[in-house]
Write a protein that binds this ligand. Structure first.
Ligand SMILES: NC(=O)c1ccc[n+]([C@@H]2O[C@H](COP(=O)([O-])OP(=O)(O)OC[C@H]3O[C@@H](n4cnc5c(N)ncnc54)[C@H](OP(=O)(O)O)[C@@H]3O)[C@@H](O)[C@H]2O)c1
Length: 273
């Protein structure tokens, strides 16, 4: 079985990669630099010496690079059993790219959309293809009405992060509507002690530092991702498009999570593929 994981060098992504390698998955790992690839390779091989690993250096905020990575993957692989859209971060400052899009929205959602879009047929080629999005409880801070607004003036770091994580939830729903054979899910991993939040400065940085003792371990935080990647297909097939928490599907109360908004996200994202 072949699994692609983004953000595989740190936190939940690294534990997921180590765990799936130990279970015999062949891994395609997206990281941002050769140094990170080397460290990740050593960390996985230390636990599973015969692990089969293939690294692609990709910044998800660079959509041209993402498209090239998808093309390079297509040259080497004819099917993908899992795509785990794990990479993500909450921005410490609000910045916009050349298209006027808030950068963390691009990193958290649009980069993954473009990557997945160009690989969807490979997931459909797998016997039980699955796409798994690392969303968050923070999707509650998101608002679809802000999506794709150019140089949006009133973003805070939490509204920006919330938008990206809401997009992760809606993207799983949009995929579930469009995939013919494969399935898609989103999840909240818990509040996990990883590098997440280590970029925060000021009072928020201080608060994250002291609250960290209450956070769960990356091993615990990776449990729902690993469950969705490895659970029996029969167990999951009635939950296509669902949001999971603690290895269980969880009802979403956020009013922005609608089929119509999932379609809107898909149509707008398609303009960047
Ligand atoms: N930790 C939590 O409490 C928590 C809660 C809810 C949801 N989540 C979600 O869980 C996922 C994993 O986060 P984590 O907690 O494991 O944090 P982490 O340790 O900071 O790992 C995040 C990973 O994402 C990568 N990444 C970030 N921006 C990227 C970009 N533009 N292009 C490529 N890779 C990029 C990072 O790469 P670099 O090392 O190069 O920066 C890193 O590998 C994220 O999607 C996060 O939103 C985390």
């Amino acid at each position: 079985m072949i699994a692609l994981i983004t953000g595989a060098n740190s936190g939940i992504g690294l534990i997921t990669a180590q765990s799936l390698a130990a279970k015999g998955f062949e891994l395609i790992l997206l990281v941002r630099s050769q140094a990170k690839a080397d460290e990740t390779k050593a960390a996985i091989l230390a636990k599973t010496p015969n692990a089969k690993l293939d690294f692609f250096l990709t910044d998800l905020e660079n959509l041209a690079q993402v498209k090239q990575t998808a093309a390079d993957i297509r040259q080497k692989y004819t099917h993908l059993d899992r795509i785990i859209n794990n990479a993500g971060y909450a921005p410490n400052t609000i910045e916009f790219n050349a298209d006027g899009l808030e950068k963390s929205f691009v990193g958290n959602h649009l980069g993954h959309f473009v990557l997945n879009y160009h690989l969807l047929d490979l997931v459909e080629n797998a016997a039980e293809g699955r796409i798994i999005n690392l969303a968050s409880l923070a999707h509650n801070a998101g608002k679809v009405e802000r999506f794709f607004k150019k140089n949006y003036p009133s973003h805070t770091k939490w509204s920006a992060y919330g938008d990206g994580k809401l997009a992760n939830v809606l993207f799983a729903k949009a995929l579930a509507q469009r995939l013919k054979k494969a399935t898609a899910y989103s999840l909240h991993p818990g509040v996990v002690s990883t590098n997440f939040g280590s970029n925060f400065t000021g009072i928020l940085g201080f608060l994250v530092k002291i609250a960290r003792v209450f956070f769960i371990s990356p091993e615990k935080g990776a449990e729902t991702t690993i469950y969705l990647a490895t659970a029996d297909f029969q167990e999951l097939k009635n939950h296509n498009g669902a949001y999971f928490d603690k290895k269980r599907p969880k009802a979403i109360s956020k009013s922005d999570v609608t089929a119509q908004n999932a379609d809107f996200l898909w149509t707008e994202s398609e303009k960047y593929v």
